[in-house]
Design a protein around this ligand. Structure first.
Ligand SMILES: Nc1nc2c(ncn2[C@@H]2O[C@H](COP(=O)(O)OP(=O)(O)O)[C@@H](O)[C@H]2O)c(=O)[nH]1
Ligand SMILES: [Mg+2]
Ligand SMILES: [Zn+2]
Length: 311
């Protein structure tokens, strides 16, 4: 039988059986988790082959094999990662889309934080969608102005408000047929959006999401929420999940998508684009091809990545 892992909880997995949508609790066959691994053997989002095991209690499943992953949203394990054996902790397997929720107000929109999320998505080659929420608080015109630069450089931005229903259908249609990872800091309206996308879900609003549980090594692991037969959402916590910690200062320019095309034109192949002569990136900023705000954000993040390395 084929299934999708929708929840992972200390050695047990909840599987959604593809044939009929039944949810079955399963354990992994021993050989799947034993031995050396470079990343978690099983995670939410994995597509698996399993069989039913009948014992004295209720029917349970045994996972026999895991389909190869298309990609993973992962990070280095904070504990094991410091030892010789590096294991990537898989937060979500096979995500198709990252949805970054940023409120137009309450809390105040911080573009630099969005830039970090985008860098994380680019680094993991995960397509990103920006959701500008709470548009009713500022009006559509101001909201569009706030996110205009991101549209200009090619990101899709969906403007939403659960107060007046704006953008909910558009968002739902962008999520259709995908496993999406929904992220944004507390209070931006993630639970409200999920409730609007899926009437009847009834997530608590204005509270820390009940869908999040502390997993091993205190990382919060998401549980998949089903939107319709083929659409799933992982409601994940913030930035730490996005692999930004794995980005090296030298590769950062590749993850600012409007900066990346200029890099090969710089006079020095190891140009940091912060002070060098003959820097095509700085020229692009002067011409306005790269916005000052995004360039400053690049410089700040680069400095931070360099500092971290010096620790
Ligand atoms: N004005 C307005 N308030 C919203 C909107 N979406 C959510 N809120 C409010 O923002 C607060 C946080 O919402 P919640 O969905 O719990 O955010 P979460 O922490 O990201 O899950 C609540 O008081 C919501 O009522 C919106 O579109 N417009
Ligand atoms: Mg919430
Ligand atoms: Zn340069």
């Amino acid at each position: 039988m084929k299934g999708l892992v929708i929840k992972a909880h200390s050695g047990f997995f909840t599987i959604y059986r593809l044939s009929d949508g039944q949810r079955i609790i399963a354990r992994a066959a021993g050989r799947l988790t034993k031995g050396r691994h470079t990343e978690d053997a099983l995670a939410v989002g994995d597509r698996v082959e399993f069989e039913i095991v009948r014992g004295s209690g209720p029917a349970t499943g045994r996972i026999i094999s895991v389909e190869p992953r298309v990609r993973t949203l992962s990070r280095h394990d904070p504990i094991i990662g410091t030892s010789k054996r590096e294991i990537r902790q898989v937060i979500v397997a096979n995500p198709d889309l990252a949805v970054f929720v940023f409120a137009c107000a309450e809390p105040e929109f911080k573009p630099r934080m969005l830039d970090r999320y985008l860098v994380g998505a680019e680094a993991q080659q995960l397509p990103a969608l920006i959701c500008a929420s709470k548009v009713d608080l500022v009006g559509l015109e101001r909201a569009r102005a706030m996110f205009a630069e991101y549209e200009r450089i090619g990101y899709r931005v969906i403007y939403t408000s659960v107060a007046n229903g704006l953008g909910i259908d558009a968002l739902r249609s962008d999520l259709r047929g995908k496993l999406s990872v929904l992220t944004g800091k507390s209070g931006v309206g993630k639970s409200s959006l999920l409730n609007a996308l899926k009437p009847g879900l009834d997530l608590a609003v204005g509270e820390i999401s009940s869908l999040l549980r502390k997993g091993r090594h205190t990382t919060v692991v998401p549980e998949l929420v089903q939107l319709d037969a083929e659409s799933w959402i992982a409601d994940t916590p913030g930035l730490r999940a996005y692999g930004i910690w794995d980005v090296e200062a030298e590769e950062l320019d590749a993850y600012y998508r409007e900066i990346a095309p200029w890099v090969k034109k710089c006079a020095f192949s190891d140009c940091t684009h912060t002070h060098e002569p003959g820097c095509a990136v700085q020229d692009a900023v002067r011409r306005g091809d790269v916005s000052k705000a995004r360039y400053d954000s690049y410089c700040r993040l680069r400095e931070e990545l360099e500092k971290r390395r010096r620790w």
